[in-house]
Design a protein around this ligand. Sequence first.
Ligand code: HEC
Length: 115
Amino acid sequence: MGKLALLAIISSLLLLNSSLGTAAEETSPEQRLAEGEKRFEAYCGTCHSLDLPKSQRLDRANWEWVMDDMITQYGATWLTAEDQQLIIDYLVSAYGPDSESRAARPGAASRLDGR
Ligand code: HEC
């Protein structure tokens, strides 16, 4: 890859990062995940148990779809764009398709059993 192409990629990543908003700036990936976890626990258990999302293992596209549903179908319209971004990043990391080993999966197991 040429230096120019690399530079273009880096600068677009920087642009993307700065467009995420003030609180997300100047934080490490670990801090962003911790912030995502905090907002997940604060916001995603207000209408139903946190076990509902915690029992799922989804990829980014499907977590985005769930997030969209919560907002457009169920009225969680008070979630800011930054909340959504941080929570989705956290969900993909902690409850992504290959995160089985990181948590017990009681919900997923009972879904498979049809119970
Ligand atoms: C405004 C209320 C509300 C909020 C806030 C909310 N949900 Fe939901 N959610 C619902 C309702 C209603 C359902 C469907 C009924 C049920 O199963 O309880 C649901 C269902 C779900 C499901 C099951 C699959 C589905 O699509 O039906 C998941 C996963 C989920 N929510 C995740 C989340 C996550 C992650 C958040 C935080 C970003 C969140 N919810 C915040 C209302 C909400």
